[in-house]
Design a binder for this molecule. Structure first.
Ligand code: PLP
Length: 397
């Protein structure tokens, strides 16, 4: 059978067996199909199952379950945090205020902030250094009397660079400004507890942990400002109307619990570090983005100068390896990565950057095979890039 190795876990992680089993069980339990808001026994059973899932997700986030709101995923969680705070701000009779974020955030955060900017909010987008790090002093300097929220991610999806959220939280707490942390890539990959870090809002997504897509969560510190974005019923303590999916929540919870147990057992950067060392040995010009910063143990952002990473991804796919370019790709057209640009990479280097994101099931054999195949593909493409190009037909001859 053809080899297929999945190394794109930051895009989405394969569904864990425990998550599949939990969803299956929730589907088959005849007494658990009720609406969790219904007052009868069917509803009560569904409510018990939902609250059990909430407790497990909360444990993975290091927070109290009562403050965890189930939403449709990381994007909605970011939107609810940012726009929910903005709505609460203006609902209190104030003019639109000021938001602070960074240049390397996920579009779910950046686009949200830019949308608010178009409605009268002021926006400070902080730069990062060459390693992709936000400076907590820059956060302090950006704060104004009317800053309603600071939103900084825990770990970057393209580079894995981990932001100094504890230091940033110390700054925001001192100033009395709420902090939202997009921890979509961090929860389940590094020990991260919102309450200890000092965040006020924390976003997480199930499918990045090996749970089903279509569910995520936002933790909201008790009494932190928030107004829902959707209008409807009073579910999720009036923060997110709509009937909850007991089945998706069960899968999310099982995946979060399994990811938490893995974290207790091992620090899984061994395979990633071995891969990076082997690639540097074979391809001397390779650069690892964010290498001097703390990084997620599963993520590697690699620049192979003068080779188009899109071509590498296609060639590697033919060889059975699923990798990703460093560029955000939307509506079918590749755009240079805003993350790499913010770190100072040229457009050419950004277009030569590949993301490899490992998962808990990747093996040593897979990584060794990846290194050999990738080194040979890159060498091949570098050699053809050096060949003189034939003159175009009808050219100067
Ligand atoms: N935030 C970060 C850092 C992400 O990496 C992603 C997904 O790639 C999201 C938010 C959005 O999450 P979802 O795909 O669950 O909407």
């Amino acid at each position: 059978m053809r080899r297929r190795v999945y190394l794109d876990n930051n895009a989405t992680a394969p569904l864990r067996d425990v998550a599949r089993e939990a969803i299956d069980l929730a589907m088959r339990r005849a007494d658990a199909f009720g609406n969790p808001s219904s007052p009868h026994a069917f509803g009560h059973e569904a409510r018990l199952a939902l609250e059990d899932s909430r407790r497990q997700v909360a444990a993975a986030m290091g927070v109290e379950p009562g403050d965890v709101v189930f939403v449709s995923g990381g994007t909605e969680s970011d939107n609810l945090a940012i726009q929910g705070v903005a709505r609460a701000w203006t609902a209190a009779g104030r003019a639109p205020g000021h938001l602070v974020t960074s240049a390397v955030e996920h579009p779910a955060v950046l686009e949200c902030c830019r949308h608010l900017e178009s409605t009268g909010w002021k926006l400070s987008i902080l730069p990062v250094d060459g390693q992709g790090l936000v400076d907590p002093d820059a956060v302090r300097a950006a704060l104004r009397h009317d800053t309603a929220l600071v939103s900084i991610m825990a770990a970057n999806n393209e580079t894995g660079v981990i932001q100094p959220t504890e230091e940033i939280a110390a700054v925001t707490r001192h100033a009395g400004v709420p902090l939202h942390v997009d921890a979509v890539q961090a929860i389940g990959r590094i020990p991260f507890e919102a309450a200890r870090v000092g965040a006020d809002y924390l976003s997480v997504s199930s499918h990045k942990l090996g749970g089903p897509a279509g569910i995520g969560a936002l933790w909201i510190r008790e009494a932190a400002p928030m107004k829902p974005l959707l209008l409807g019923g009073g579910q999720e303590r009036r923060r997110r109307p709509g009937t909850e999916s007991v089945m998706l929540a069960a899968g999310f919870a099982a995946a979060a619990r399994a990811a938490g147990r893995e974290l207790e057992r091992a620090h899984p950067s061994g395979l990633r570090d071995r891969m990076e060392r082997a690639l540097l040995d074979r391809l001397a010009a390779t650069r690892i983005n964010g290498i001097e910063a703390p990084r997620l143990p599963n993520t590697s952002s690699l620049t192979f100068p003068a080779v188009a990473s899109e071509t590498i991804v296609i060639r590697m796919d033919l060889e059975g390896f699923a990798l990703s370019t460093g560029s955000a790709c939307s509506t079918g057209s590749a755009r240079p990565s805003h993350v790499l640009a913010a770190m100072g990479l040229s457009q050419a280097d950004a277009a030569s950057t590949l993301r490899i994101s490992l998962g808990p099931t990747n093996t040593l054999e897979e990584i060794d095979a990846l290194v050999e195949t990738l080194a040979s593909v890159v060498r091949d493409l570098q050699a053809s890039a050096r060949l003189p190009h034939p003159a175009p037909a009808g050219g100067r001859g």
